[in-house]
Write a protein that binds this ligand. Structure first.
Ligand SMILES: [Zn+2]
Length: 456
């Protein structure tokens, strides 16, 4: 039995009573939290590693509910171009030219950024290679719900992605049987639906049936862009969420991403069916628009935070996304009281765990839960003085304040050093593979300034 005792810290539990322990302790035993807050010294064994965290905070590990691991090494592929160019001329060519090995290295590169930003668990909506993703996540030591990006219709898809409904369903079931509940239970396999543009009604309803049968979730981009609603109005005579409701797939195991273009009746449908929402503010601000997050929170919908892919927002840093979430809704609503910091911390922790259908396992610091936690050092000019400690975690913190990240009782990062992965080697290989894929896919980014090549 291995014990780690973190003492003398400012513990933000995010538990049901919302307790904060000023000067409290956490006892970790193997992969679980044994005690939180006022820890009985008799529980701490003579061999326990004792760490004094004076002046530092402990929070649950963040849960990032929308992470495209395969896009990490595409970074820069879509800056300052319109949506169609981004998708058809940049993103699809890039992703459809990746191999399983590329996906693995891209996943490792993503995991580096996730660990550094305090994420211990994430949901991946789908690259093409669950195998590559699972290998990367297992090595990184994180938790993840992985899905394949699933498409059975749509104009202009690369030939390699033109697949039938049955092929897509079979592939997902195969991935489920191979990778679900692997890496000591840290990896779960979910079912993916890319978007309504690329998914037939039959695929959508069969996917939901299979997810129910296997007791997992469905990860789908929903009501993402204005053009999507124009499409569904034309194709089905109703907007996306109304159509999904008609198909009977709105449910507690649906993780709906972006959800920007919902009318008020559709927000009510989400509430009624306990649909989980992944809010991706940076990606939304680029081209999608403003999701009705204040209304959703007020109605009790489980809203969470995601970073999307590096090709959409470049920042795969949930701390940045928390800060953006704290700003943009105040701005468009002209009301600085909406979406307060405590709501945002819930979105990034316990709500995220609930959305991943793991609210009983992590997302808050409680005895008996998994030891998924982070240590934050507020020391530095950007965060001090932290007079309002809780608000400062959202409005002033940077990911550079995250000192250590633990998942499943194991340190993935300690004192800013990543312990599970070789950071330099991964970044080097990620850059090499990225350049090779750009070349294979025929993607050339124009020079923004005249470049003079100087050879030494
Ligand atoms: Zn996405």
């Amino acid at each position: 039995m291995a014990q780690t005792y973190l003492k003398n810290s400012y513990i933000v539990t995010m538990g049901p009573e919302g307790y904060v322990y000023d000067g409290g302790g956490i006892l970790v035993q193997d992969d679980r939290i044994a005690a939180v807050g006022i820890v009985d010294p008799a529980l701490v064994g003579p061999d326990a590693e004792v760490i004094d965290l004076a002046g530092k905070y402990v929070l649950p590990g963040f849960v990032n509910t929308h992470v495209h691991t395969s896009q990490q090494i595409s970074r820069g592929v879509g800056d300052d171009v319109d949506f169609k160019t981004w998708l058809h001329k940049r993103m699809w060519p890039f992703e459809s030219n990746m191999t399983a090995e590329d996906s693995y290295v891209s996943t490792l590169a993503t995991c580096l950024e996730l660990i550094r930003s305090g994420v211990t668990s994430f949901a991946e909506p789908g690259g093409q290679f669950v195998e590559g993703m699972a290998k990367g996540v297992a090595e990184a030591g994180l938790r993840a719900k992985l899905a394949k990006s699933v498409m059975d219709c749509g104009d202009g898809l690369p030939p390699v992605w033109q697949r039938t409904t049955e092929q897509e369903l079979e592939q997902q079931e195969e991935d489920f049987h191979r990778f679900h509940n692997t890496a000591d239970g840290r990896i779960g396999v979910w079912f993916g639906l890319r978007t309504i543009f690329n998914n037939t009604d039959r695929l959508i309803t069969r996917t939901k049936e299979l997810a129910d049968q296997y007791g997992v979730g469905v990860h789908m981009h929903v009501a993402e862009a204005k053009s999507e609603i124009e499409y569904t109005m034309e194709a089905y005579g109703e907007p996306t969420v109304t159509h999904l409701a008609r198909l009977g797939v709105l449910d507690k195991n649906l993780l709906a991403v972006h959800t920007v273009w919902l009318n008020n009746e559709e927000v009510e449908l989400f509430r009624k069916h306990d649909v989980k929402v992944s809010h991706n503010p940076a990606s939304a601000m680029r081209v999608l628009g403003f999701a009705k997050i204040p209304r959703m929170l007020k109605s009790g919908i489980c809203v969470t935070i995601g970073t999307d892919g590096a090709s959409s927002s470049n920042h795969m840093d949930i701390v940045d996304e928390m800060w953006l979430t704290s700003l943009i809704h105040k701005g468009w609503r002209l009301d600085p009281t909406v979406v307060p910091s405590e709501d945002i911390l819930r979105m990034a922790t316990i709500n995220g765990a609930r959305a991943l259908l793991d609210g009983h396992l992590y997302g808050s610091l409680e005895a008996g839960k998994k030891a998924d936690l982070i240590v934050i050092d507020p020391h530095g000019p950007s965060m001090l003085p932290a007079n309002d400690k809780i608000a400062s975690l959202v409005t002033a913190m940077h990911s550079s304040n995250i000192e250590s990240t633990m998942c499943d009782g194991r340190w993935l990062m300690r004192n800013r050093k990543i312990l599970t992965l070789d950071e330099d080697a991964i970044l080097r290989e990620g850059c090499e593979r990225s350049a090779a894929i750009y070349k294979r896919a025929g993607i050339e980014l124009p020079d923004r300034f005249p470049v003079v090549k100087v050879r030494g």
